[in-house]
Design a protein around this ligand. Structure first.
Ligand SMILES: Nc1nc2c(ncn2[C@@H]2O[C@H](COP(=O)(O)OP(=O)(O)OP(=O)(O)O)[C@@H](O)[C@H]2O)c(=O)[nH]1
Ligand SMILES: [Mg+2]
Length: 317
């Protein structure tokens, strides 16, 4: 079954793509088998990460950017994530609206991702979803994620280019200065540029960028003013993406390596945890949890004990 699903994914079959993403999202073993089968065919898509605060206009911008990309004939896959509220259905509603805009176009595949909420689950599921779309031959894959926290930073690191969307309004300067933001942005999109304060926000970002002395061949993140609702500035945004892609191929290679290592770490960590919990057994695991809860043992010592008991058990076997 996996073999035929893999073949259909590689053939770009939309239903197969949807099914494959569901498998990886649910951490179904068939999802891992599928990725094994298609991995050699991945690495071709250009992956764009878009993040920013709630309501910044990311989805509207992604929609416009998608239209811009489609005009060049390239196909697009979109993964929308809402790590802060996976159960509100907000992302799904946004998807439906956008589905309508691109409903008749097979060159656009939109999917929102829900996760089980465990550590690392989101970035792993997102990474796998991107791989599926990549294998399916999508030329460009866009990851849209809300927020500017660590989860989002991890997700955006999966991308070849990171676009940070900011909007004019209360606390712009603080928002722009927020830890992490300046480091992850390859391009800034100042959206809602039709609103008052856009110039001030641009100046604040500029001021921040000028704190860093950019070397001659170092990429200085450009700031693009956009009005996603009208599409103003979107062509410029796409042009900035193209410039980054053409000028920073080395960055792409380095990021892909980091991405590969991150995936390896996640999978190894997951397998180790699985191995240890399986060997230890549910009863001993729960007993340990009880002892931590009752302050009879600290979690560090408990972890050491569990890991060494498993390792010693294996040595002695
Ligand atoms: N005035 C103005 N409104 C905009 C612009 N871009 C988006 N909006 C509006 O802002 C609201 C939020 O847009 P979304 O695209 O859903 O924003 P988002 O960042 O995807 O929101 P979440 O995914 O919920 O975080 C919508 O009502 C848009 O119509 C813009 O450039 N100017
Ligand atoms: Mg959105």
């Amino acid at each position: 079954m996996t073999a035929s699903l893999a073949a259909r994914v590689l053939g770009g079959d939309l239903r197969a793509i949807a099914r494959a993403i569901t498998l990886v999202e649910n951490e179904h073993p068939a999802g891992a088998d599928l990725l094994r089968a298609v991995f050699a065919h991945t690495g071709r898509a250009y992956v764009i990460g878009i993040t920013g605060p709630p309501g910044a206009g990311k989805s509207t911008l992604v929609d416009r950017l998608t239209a811009e990309i489609r005009r060049t004939g390239l196909t697009v896959g979109i993964v929308a994530i809402d790590p802060t509220s996976p159960f509100t259905g907000g992302a799904v509603l946004g998807d439906r609206l956008r589905m309508q805009a691109h409903a008749a176009d097979d060159g656009v595949f939109i999917r929102s991702m829900a996760t089980r909420g465990h550590l690392g689950g989101l970035s792993r599921a997102t990474g796998d979803g991107v791989l599926v779309l990549d294998a399916a031959g999508r030329d460009v894959v866009i990851i849209e994620t809300v927020g500017v926290g660590q989860d989002e930073v991890d997700i955006v690191r999966l991308a070849d280019i990171s676009i940070v969307t900011l909007v004019p309004g209360a606390g712009d300067d603080v928002q722009a200065l927020k830890a992490g933001i300046m480091e992850i942005a390859d391009v800034f999109a100042v959206n809602k540029a039709d609103r008052e304060g856009a110039d001030r926000l641009i100046s604040a970002i500029e001021a921040n960028l000028s704190l860093h002395a950019y070397g001659e061949d170092e990429w200085r993140p450009p700031i693009v003013a956009t009005v996603a609702t009208t599409g103003a500035g979107v062509a410029e945004l796409w042009a900035a993406i193209g410039q980054f892609r053409d000028r920073r191929p080395d960055t792409r290679v380095a990021r892909r390596r980091t991405r590969g290592e991150q995936r390896l770490r996640e999978i190894v960590a997951q397998q180790c945890l699985q191995l240890i919990t399986t060997r230890v057994g549910v009863e001993q695991w729960m007993r340990t949890v009880d002892r931590i809860a009752e302050r009879q043992i600290d979690p560090y010592t408990a972890a050491d004990d569990l890991v060494s008991s498993v390792l010693e058990g294996r040595d002695g076997a």
